[in-house]
Every structure is written in structure tokens, then in C-alpha cells.
Design a protein around this ligand. Structure first.
Ligand code: PMP
Length: 410
């Protein structure tokens, strides 16, 4: 018995009702982007039909309504991750932009030559490249927390990795390849003990598990609306004192208090970091997605995904030669399964599965250093969300068995 009533919940997702190549769509790529429930689609539709106007500056009813809805959505995001104040929630384009914001502002202001930035081998490119750019610009050193054979962070040498020289620690909360959930408490405690700030890439965590920024005592946390049933908008959480002290990111309208010919002063939080017209409808749509997830209950979402993952890990082993990546213990991983079928390129696997209307992802999943560590150019990945069922996993496994047969017959 699932923690969620999946068969009725699936009816909320119009896209899942369709046939592809004459077969029911099996969507197993939510780690890349999730599908949207009717309530989110309707919120976007209603916004454009009834309240579309630019926010903050308008002195007429529509503009006031748009502003109100936009700011209400911010408060929903604040409560969802348990931030202390709505001023600590900055809308961005996505997780990538949120991490870049911290690198370009906090990073540039606080990292000097000889300082150290610690990331990990599990990171998505969006939590690698901004730190490489910063380290090069500042002549700082980039260090990596290593990974063990199960694709988990290996923390044995944490005290020698994170030292008095460390200014920033940037780690994922859940790997988009191995699914490993990071022991953040240990990392954050060590980072704070040496006076470093911690930025957490929660792109794969906030959609799938309860996340409490205050309980974690994390300094910055980034996530993407599109991976949590919402539209294409991102969120940066930052502790107020840190955000107050940071210089702005981009310059333009809305982020200023006063502009003179040669000098400007900055708006209050969070607007200092929101230059130009933001993704208004998308932010409001994310508010609807948060409402939807809260109705389900994030504990139930997590439980459902753990059940599905346990089932998937067991069933996938029925496919001859298939090798799974990631932690063996379900409690240590999120709702995805990346795997290798030796001798068959993941692109071929995904293309054959597509004929059975199954959507999975194949490639390096924007984690080339991790794939290099595993000595694999690419992997296949099935990822699960609230709307997936054990039957879909059976369909996946049957199709993979077909792939295996097809390629062994030459
Ligand atoms: N970090 C992780 C762990 C991810 O899985 C992703 C998306 N694949 C990102 C960051 C980047 O998210 P976005 O493309 O929405 O910026």
C-alpha cells in the first residue's frame, strides 16, 4: 500500500494520459524535469487570462493583484523550506542561476588568493563550474570531497579537506546520478567550525524530501521549481545577514533604491537580487505546485519514492548483466536508479525504451567528473516521482530485458 493514492493522483497530470507510439506514456525522467498537475497549469492560465501585469511598480488593480500573488508565492516557498523570513527567498531562473549568484557575489567579495573552496565529486556541473571560475579568478584552490564505491560522499578525511583556509563549501543534498543523500549535518558542522559558509544544491532534494533550512543551519540553498511540479523558476534561500552583506548580482530595474548618473544604491532584500522583470507567472505557478506537494505531504512523497526505489532496485537485478550505481541502503538514497548495461550504449538503451513509450535519461547527466571516477562515459537513469507506479517499473524491466536480448543476439 503506497503512502500516496497514485491512481487518483495521476488523473491530475494531463500529460500522463496520453499514448506515445500507441502505448501509454511511462515517464521516468522527473530528475530532469517533472510533469505538472492541472492546478499548476490552471494557475498559469488564470494568471495570463485575469491578472497579467508587471509587478511592484503599477498603481492599478491588476498590477497590485499580480504583485500580491507573486509575493504570496514567495511566502509559500519560505514556509516550504522553513526559512525565517520571506526576505531570505530570492527568485532566480533555476538552481544554476542561484548557485552562480552566490559565487559571483558572496564568492567574489569573500574569497582571496590562497583560500580554499570545497565541493565534492558528486556534483552536477552547475555546482562545479561556478566554483572553478571563482577559484581561477581569485587564485584560490578547489578541493573535492571524494566518493566511495557506492557513490556516497566519503567523509573520513573531512577534517583535512575543510580547514581554516576554507571559505566556501558547496555540496549537493542528493546526487542526480547515484541518488546518494548527503550527510549534510556533518559537513555543515565542520564547515561552520572553521568559519566557512555552506551552499547546498538541493535541486534533487527539495522536490522529494522534507527540507528545513533552519534545522540544517545551512547558509545558502538552491532549488528549481520545474523539478517539483512547478514551472521554470528557481529559488535561492540565503541567511538574511549574509544576503544583506553581499553586493548585488545583476544590475537593472527593481534592484535599486536610487540611481544617479554615476552611482546607485540598492533596494532591500530580496529585491536587491532580483534585477528586471522576473518570471512572475512561473513564481505564482510554483506557489500552486507547493500547495499540491503540501497536500500530499512531503513525508508521504518520500515514503512513496522509497517504496518505488526499493521495488525498482530489486526488479532491475532481474535484467541480465545490469549493474546499478548508488547506495545499497534505501534510506541513503532518493528516488532514482542509474545503471549500466555493459556493452550497450545508454543512448541505444534509451532509444529502444522510447519505442515502448518509456522516457529515461541517458548520458553523463551533467556530472562528468563523477562518471570519470566510475570510468563510465555515460549511464542510463530512471527517476521516480509522485505519479509513478510499480507497474511502470515492471514495464521498464520488461523493456530492458528486450534490450538485453536484442543486443546479445548481435
Ligand atoms: N543540481 C542537480 C543535482 C541537478 O540534478 C540539476 C538538474 N539536473 C541541477 C543542479 C541544475 O538544475 P537547473 O538546470 O534547473 O538549474
Amino acid at each position: 500500500m503506497s503512502a500516496l493514492d497514485v491512481s487518483s493522483l495521476r488523473e491530475d497530470f494531463p500529460i500522463l494520459q496520453q499514448m506515445v507510439h500507441g502505448k501509454p506514456l511511462v515517464y521516468l525522467d522527473s530528475a530532469a524535469t517533472s510533469q505538472k498537475p492541472e492546478s499548476v497549469i490552471q494557475t498559469l492560465d488564470a494568471y495570463y487570462r485575469a491578472t497579467n501585469a508587471n509587478i511592484h511598480r503599477g498603481i492599478y488593480q491588476l498590477a497590485e493583484q499580480a504583485t500580491e500573488q507573486y509575493e504570496t508565492a514567495r511566502k509559500k516557498a519560505q514556509k516550504f523550506v522553513n526559512a525565517k523570513s520571506w526576505r531570505e527567498i530570492v527568485w532566480t531562473r533555476n538552481t544554476t542561476e542561484a548557485i552562480n549568484l552566490v559565487a559571483y557575489t558572496y564568492g567574489r567579495a569573500n574569497v582571496r588568493a590562497g583560500d580554499e573552496i570545497v565541493i565534492s565529486l558528486l556534483e552536477h556541473h552547475s555546482n562545479i563550474v561556478p566554483w572553478q571560475l571563482l577559484a581561477k579568478e581569485k587564485n584560490a584552490t578547489l578541493k573535492h570531497i571524494p566518493v566511495d564505491g557506492q557513490g556516497r560522499l566519503a567523509l573520513d578525511d573531512l577534517d583535512t579537506l575543510i580547514t581554516d583556509k576554507t571559505k566556501i563549501v558547496a555540496v549537493t543534498m542528493m546526487s542526480n546520478v547515484t541518488g546518494a543523500i548527503t550527510p549534510l549535518e556533518t559537513i555543515i558542522a565542520r564547515a561552520h567550525a572553521v568559519g566557512a559558509v555552506v551552499i547546498v544544491d538541493a535541486a534533487q532534494a527539495v522536490p522529494h524530501l522534507p527540507v528545513d533550512v533552519r534545522a540544517l543551519d545551512v547558509d545558502f540553498l538552491a532549488f528549481s521549481g520545474h523539478k517539483m511540479l512547478g514551472p521554470f523558476v528557481g529559488v535561492l534561500y540565503g541567511k538574511r545577514a549574509l544576503l544583506e552583506a553581499m553586493p548585488p548580482f545583476m544590475g537593472g530595474g527593481d534592484m535599486i533604491r536610487k540611481v544617479e548618473l554615476y552611482e546607485s544604491t540598492w533596494n532591500e532584500l530580496p529585491y536587491k537580487f532580483e534585477a528586471g522583470t522576473p518570471a512572475i507567472a512561473e513564481a505564482i505557478g510554483l506557489g500552486a505546485a507547493i500547495d499540491y506537494l503540501e497536500t500530499l505531504g512531503m513525508d508521504n512523497v518520500r515514503e512513496h519514492e522509497q517504496e518505488l526505489t526499493a521495488y525498482a532496485l530489486e526488479k532491475l537485478q532481474e535484467v541480465p548483466t545490469l549493474r546499478l550505481l548508488g547506495p545499497e541502503k534505501i534510506a541513503e538514497r532518493g528516488g532514482l536508479a542509474a545503471f549500466e548495461l555493459p556493452g550497450i550504449h545508454p543512448h541505444d538503451v534509451a532509444a529502444v525504451l522510447d519505442r515502448d513509450a518509456i522516457c529515461i535519461r541517458a548520458g553523463h547527466h551533467c556530472a562528468q567528473p563523477l562518471h570519470a571516477y566510475f570510468d563510465l562515459p555515460a549511464t542510463s537513469r530512471a527517476s521516480f516521482y509522485v505519479y509513478n507506479t510499480p507497474d511502470e517499473i515492471d514495464t521498464l524491466v520488461t523493456s530492458l530485458q528486450g534490450v538485453r536480448r536484442m543486443f546479445s543476439n548481435g
